[in-house]
Design a protein around this ligand. Sequence first.
Ligand code: ISL
Ligand code: CA
Length: 552
Amino acid sequence: MQEYKWWQDTVFYQIYPRSFCDSNGDGIGDIRGIVQKLDYIKWLGVGAVWLSPVYDSPNKDTGYDIRDYRRILREYGTMEDFDLLLAEMHKRGLRLVMDVVVNHTSDEHPWFVASRSSRDDPHRAYYYWRPGKGDGPPNNWSSFFTPSAWKYDTITGEWYLHCFGENQPDLNWENPAVREEIYDMINWWFDRGVDGIRIDVVSLFAKNCRFPDATLRKPNYDGHVFPIEHIAFQPRLPEYLRELNARCLAGRDRVSIGEGTFATTENAGSIVGEDRLDLLFQFDLMELGNGEKKWDVHPYDIPAFRETVLAWQRALDWNALFWCNHDQPRAVSRFDCPTPALQARCAKMLAGAMYCLRGTPFLYQGEELGMTNYPFSDENELRDIESIAFLHYEAAHDNAAYAWAGIRSKGRDNARTPMQWSDRPNAGFTTGVPWIPVNPNYPRLNAEQQARDPGSVLAFYRALLGLRRRSEALLHGTFRPLEQPGAEVFAYERRFANERVLVVANMGLRPQPLDCAQELLDGEMLLHNLEQGPDQTLQPYELRIVRLSSSR
Ligand code: ISL
Ligand code: CA
């Protein structure tokens, strides 16, 4: 019999600290605010928290640009507050996962300050420095956030590589001294008692250090090309991850989750495995509403969703399951929902369809309420470095309308508006002025109201997580896709010994006939997202989770 690890039987909840709960009225979420909400998190039924970065940072990319890996950002509190959080979590049986951002540091990190000071500095080789070509950068690479991935530095007259913002210089993983620093730091947090790590853009750690021009993708910004073939899943990546495993993870019962930007079912094995990392975040499902760029807005492709899920369920024995994170739009806003009632139904359907799959669920704060995208229309409402850079670039090229449509549907700030706790001012997030605007729908969409309503999205999430905890089939069962009765229906079976659970979701707005109706109607309805009873038709966004009678 297969043995399961704690992180396979656990539901994770991601907290984006800046937007979760503000305890002191400065408009910024903080660690003491999280402590105040631990009973809520426990009550929801999750077992672990992934905490987005709380380290000292100039916040150019809201904490994903770290200045000091061993210090807490003053706005978020102190190391004592952090230790209190960890103790209060452990007291409640909750585990804590830190976010480890080591593809790059902040340009204010002492390593980089030293590195840029002179070509002979001992820290020079902590980063990638290259001479330019003529007056220009060393090659044609673009970054995630800027036209060129290189920034010229006047102090030494060379260029440094940054795959994200220009204040986020990439660490040189080829340098063993860099790797040692990183392993020390991770072990320092493990020694403090944290239960795991989520590793930011782990797929980019190894680079093609010959730095040839990129050719695979189409030029995006002014002739620059995103160098996916030279920065993602490079040959040395598995070696680095095996080393990290040996130095930090082996023999410790901690979880490691790699953010596998550009992961495919073919290359996923270089990240996950016995001697590498436990879990992989892959983004195939997130990209189904994209065109060539993430900013191109297309309707969510449901048949492609089905195929993608099947491919990943087959490729890995155990998947990380998620709809949302701090970089993604709100899941429910990817779907056409003409009324708030349908939107709530859709949010429940999405939860059931995803979190009954074989794997570990990761919820993102507010998802359990069915929180939605924000109606952005003014630059003053934006905080995200990526969206702002995109808006400026497109506006300068006469494409402001395209930029706004993209930002409203894909912009990362959609996920980062404050958690909607109640119908009090600022959704109960802060008594001050929130650092980013609160979604105007909070008077009707908030945790306090939903906690009182047995028909709410929140109540549904609690029921779903409870069901998952009690069902051997949902926890450990095999996965088998069912014949699809309609193009927009997603249906599968989980089975463990004699227990068979069917999950049937209408992911579209059109009613769908049910083929396997009799079997379904005879089964025991475990969870359903409609007020009326089930019949031979699946209503828009209807979800049924049924235990087959033959299995009892
Ligand atoms: O968000 C994305 C698409 O919208 C991804 O491509 C994302 O940029 C990429 O997965 C890397 O994300 C991570 O590293 C970034 C940081 O800005 C993100 O918040 C983080 O999740 C740089 O540290
Ligand atoms: Ca605060």
